[in-house]
Design a protein around this ligand. Structure first.
Ligand code: SF4
Ligand code: SF4
Length: 945
């Protein structure tokens, strides 16, 4: 990024990077004279190598979700329209809009013929029918919500009175012979449209979550004229046949949110010839005084090729191997199931973690991140796919240049390319199936989490989770487009996102030269972005030239600084040395403590305080250059620099940058001011944290769980012992050389049988309004394991919902299993979610049949008493007794016939004559006490449920 001379630490976020406040405002012009917006199409069949084709599905997916259901529980947010407008604009700038304006929705802006992206229907079908294969928390709920929204009738915008317009600037045109620009020609309108659409769709969703109606309008699907609304919102004037922005000319794209949320409006711009040139484009603008953007730092690529990125990566020292030791031959591959968020969901880490992870509550509890997660979930459907019959370009240098230029052009902050060795892949996927790596190239990408919001936050308050999600979402979109582009060229490619990834990203970031290992642990620190980043990786088999690892002196710096460890609210970061974990040398943090704190803290949503307080979290202004130079070149200066950073108060909260509301999700689904004290905290400069006072735990390969989607409790005592057994890289290498083994040697093995079976939901039959019968078959049609009457199945509805259901079929029939499920709307959510997502064809996991309720087959007579859904195990028992020719009676007790699901089934059973139905509304006598009703008789057995 081009250098800035003046800090904008005092500039409120809602003002944005450009000095819009200096522009003169005027009266509303005649909007009917505004040239109409020309919709875009994202298809270039004549240019199969154009990146526009790769953007198409992502644009369509955003169009598919531009609308949705409004939260019935309205938020407790401020009522002042100006406060609301500032907040919404700040959210837009947080999402990287260049400019945001708010205006009315004049009648003239309503399109007589709304335009609609023709690709929506195909993707909407995928959304309705495709099943994701991921352990991401809450993904099933996101997919179910998306399906519901797809089925809702399209909404009108008749009641919308405000239009929020997001303006995204275009990058410069590629130079005619610029390396790396093979895919980018004539695509800048589409790129601006894509980026603006991301923001508009997220913000529309946010406003609906707050409880007001809102709909996004993009360059490919809209009910309104975007140009008229940009003029009405004070972002552009008309010059000839085009719109003109005072700072960007005509190089911008637009997207809009219309809403009934009352917001203060901006006034339209005065005509160009009435703008006060001295204040709008005078010395302040040229020097960048008071605004982030200036005449001199407008375009980071003005004097750089796109392939080289916005930062001077070419100045970094490159080395042959990473600055931390990796025992490549012995890196322990572990299953996806070892991820701490997955373990929280399955209950491995206790009830509190499981509750906090249920349905992704830790992200849902804050409205901004909830607004982002919907799109994140939808993009999972696009991140992988089959390669097209493309040209398969083989020039690895040229391919690498094209990948890098396109990634930077789209908006990725740093890209590095490396090999993708097998040891960087997880051993098993989310279903427990072994992963066979079939891509050997990795494109690692990092996304800045944004300086301004990082300044305002404590790191663990109510915006922390949205900072992460914003960066994850950006990678999902842009990394996803790059993966699709590579598939369009004929190679395999997958974007590994936060929702669904199969590689470990930190080692790939090291190999590709995007950073070094930091004391924070799994966080790789980049010299230009510090630790303020999130990463993503695209793996592929396309030949690519590689980057080398970098050495910018971080190992010495972190050895002399433990600010992150001192500031970590959970005490998860080690104040001690780097140690060997699973074959990597790392400052190993206590991930159990970190994850537990992040998902359960009541004073905020998630945490990134380590990232926020690190001295490498820099604004990017000229005055910081000496720090960066000294930190990179003078290892001995590290202790002094770390102290100086404290003395300057870096890492404190800057309230000028606090733009978000501290709202928390309540029971009724509404977002209201949190009742908990907010994690607003200052630096703990006086704390002298000592390694010997810390109790840390780790879960290396020998303590990793089995690979299957089923609980595996965590043993913290064993984790503490494992931490104490870890050794330094030097010690590790000398023990290896001596041929020793021991607890320090981390090897993953799993020879246990799977506790779960994968089956297909083969039949879904609604028995009554609340009861549905489900049948499951094996995927290959083979017989299922034997079972006995009275058995139940543990059903993995979702990782956080393991539910037991009695088997209700005939034990002699091994072609299928059968259960009946009563939807309990007031329950903990398992049966409700099951009813929503268990559709025919879905692949699910179940335990093998377990029987804690066995049938005594030799009884003189058996009485099977089932009340409501409790009849299900009695049906299995009746089948068995009938097959054995034993005497029995089945008593089915129900409140009324309408609500009873099993009457038709019982009537058709070969033993229907043994069934007695008791309807309480009809005065039926409910035989709930077997002994009282039938008497105690020798050899009689009774069963009640
Ligand atoms: Fe927060 Fe975890 Fe970082 Fe500690 S290690 S500051 S808990 S994110
Ligand atoms: Fe390293 Fe200090 Fe940053 Fe921690 S806070 S990552 S020790 S530089």
């Amino acid at each position: 990024m081009a250098m800035r001379f003046f800090s904008t630490r005092d500039r409120p976020v809602h003002l944005g990077p450009f000095p819009l406040e200096r522009l003169a405002r005027g009266r509303m012009p005649d909007l009917t004279a505004v040239p109409p917006f020309q919709p875009l199409t994202f298809s270039r069949p004549d240019l199969p190598g154009s990146i526009i084709n790769a953007m198409g599905d992502y644009q369509a997916m955003m169009d598919a979700i531009r609308d949705g259901l409004v939260n019935k529980a309205q938020a407790g947010c401020p009522e002042d329209p100006q406060v609301r407008a500032d907040h919404i604009k700040a959210f837009g700038y947080f999402a990287d809009a260049a400019m945001v304006g708010i205006g009315p929705v004049p009648q003239s802006a309503h399109l007589q013929q709304p335009y609609r992206n023709p690709d929506i229907d195909r993707l909407a079908h995928d959304l309705k029918t495709k099943q994701t294969k991921t352990l991401a928390s809450g993904i099933d709920m996101i997919m179910a919500d998306l399906r519901d929204a797809m089925q809702a009738p399209p909404s009108g915008i008749g009641g919308h009175t405000r239009a929020i317009t997001f303006l995204y600037e275009m990058p410069r045109d590629p130079h005619p012979s610029e390396d790396g620009c093979d895919w980018l020609h004539d695509a800048e309108h589409h790129r601006a449209c894509l980026r603006a659409s991301e923001t508009a769709v997220v913000l529309a969703n946010y406003i609906r979550l707050l409880g007001w109606d809102a709909k996004a309008h993009t360059g490919t699907s809209a009910d309104v004229d975007l140009n008229q609304l940009a003029v009405a919102a004070g972002l552009a004037t008309v010059k000839g046949s085009r719109l003109q922005n005072p700072y960007l000319g005509d190089r911008f794209g637009l997207a809009v949110v219309t809403t009934d949320f009352d917001l203060a409006m901006d006034r339209p711009l005065a005509p160009d010839d009435q703008q006060p040139g001295l204040s709008t484009k005078g010395p302040k603008w040229w020097l960048g005084l008071g605004s982030e953007r200036s005449a001199l730092n407008g375009d980071p690529f003005a004097a750089r090729d796109f392939k080289d990125g916005p930062h001077p990566f070419e100045t970094l020292k490159r080395v042959e191997t990473p600055t931390t030791y990796i025992d490549e031959a012995r890196v322990a591959r572990v299953p996806k199931r070892a991820d701490m968020f997955a373990r929280s969901q399955f209950g491995d880490m206790g009830k509190a973690n499981q509750k906090a992870a249920t349905g992704g509550l830790y992200a849902r509890k804050a409205a901004p991140s909830m607004a982002q997660r919907r799109m994140l979930g939808a993009f999972v459907l696009l991140q992988d796919g089959e390669p097209a019959r493309g040209p398969r370009p083989t020039d690895s240098e040229r391919n690498a240049a094209n990948v890098k230029a396109a990634s930077y052009w789209l908006g990725i902050d740093a890209v590095g390319i490396s090999r993708c060795p097998d040891w960087t892949w997880y051993s098993h996927d989310a279903t427990g199936a072994p992963i066979v790596p079939d891509h050997d190239q990795a494109i690692s990408m990092i996304v800045d989490q944004g300086f301004d919001t990082t300044e305002g936050t404590s790191g663990d308050d109510w915006i922390a989770v949205a900072q992460s999600m914003r960066a994850y979402l950006r990678f999902s979109l842009l990394g996803g487009v790059i993966a699709r582009q590579i598939r369009n060229l004929g190679y395999k490619a997958k974007a590994h996102t936060v929702m669904d990834g199969e590689v470990l990203q930190p080692p790939l970031l090291l190999l590709s030269g995007l950073g070094e290992v930091s004391r924070i642990g799994e966080v790789i620190l980049n010299p230009f972005l510090g630790p303020r980043l999130k990463s993503g990786v695209v793996t592929t088999d396309m030949p690519l030239a590689h980057d080398k690892p970098i050495d910018f002196g971080l190992q010495s710096f972190c050895e002399s600084c433990n600010k992150c460890a001192r500031e970590c609210p959970s005490g998860a970061i080690t104040a001690g040395p780097k140690l060997m974990f699973n074959g990597y040398e790392i400052w190993k943090s206590d991930s159990q403590k970190c994850t537990t704190y992040r998902i359960t803290t009541p004073g905020g949503a998630m945490c990134g305080r380590c990232m926020k307080t690190c001295p490498w979290n820099l604004e990017g202004i000229f005055a910081e250059k000496p720090f960066r130079w000294a930190a990179m070149n003078l290892p001995k200066a590290a202790p002094a620099l770390a102290k100086l950073d404290d003395a300057l108060g870096n890492g404190e909260m800057n309230l000028a940058k606090k733009w978000w509301w501290d709202l928390e999700l309540e029971e009724d689904g509404g977002y209201r001011p949190t009742r908990h004290p907010v994690n607003a905290r200052g630096l703990q400069k006086d704390l002298d944290l000592k390694y010997e006072d810390q109790t840390l735990a780790v879960y290396p390969a020998p303590l990793a769980p089995h690979p299957w989607p089923y609980p595996f409790p965590m043993d913290r005592e064993a984790g503490i012992e494992a931490y104490q057994a870890m050794v330094t890289a030097e010690e590790y290498q000398s023990r290896r050389a001596r041929g020793e083994t021991g607890a320090w040697d981390h090897i993953y093995s799993n020879d246990a049988d799977s506790p779960v079976l994968q089956v297909i939901v083969s039949k879904v039959e609604e028995m009554s309004a609340d009861v549905t019968k489900y049948e499951f078959r094996s995927p290959d049609g083979s017989d299922l394991p034997e079972w006995t009457a009275g058995a139940h199945l543990d059903i993995v509805v979702a990782p956080e919902f393991l539910r037991q259901y009695s088997m209700s079929g005939d034990p002699a029939d091994r072609s299928k299993y059968q259960i009946g499920v009563l939807r309990e709307d007031a329950g903990r959510g398992g049966s409700k979610l099951l009813h929503r997502i268990f559709t025919e064809g879905r692949r699910i996991f179940i335990s093998k049949p377990i029987n804690h309720f066995p049938l005594e087959e030799g009884a003189a007579k058996s009485f099977l008493m089932g009340g409501g859904i409790g009849v299900t195990p009695m049906i299995a028992m009746a089948h068995r007794l009938h097959a054995l020719g034993r005497p029995f009676e089945l008593h089915y007790s129900i409140s009324d016939r309408e609500a009873a699901g099993y009457l038709p089934d019982l009537a058709q059973a070969p033993w229907a004559d043994r069934v007695h139905v008791h309807v309480s509304k009809e005065g039926g006598n409910v035989p709930n006490d077997v002994e009282k009703r039938f008497g105690r008789r020798c050899g009689f057995h009774g069963y009640a449920a």
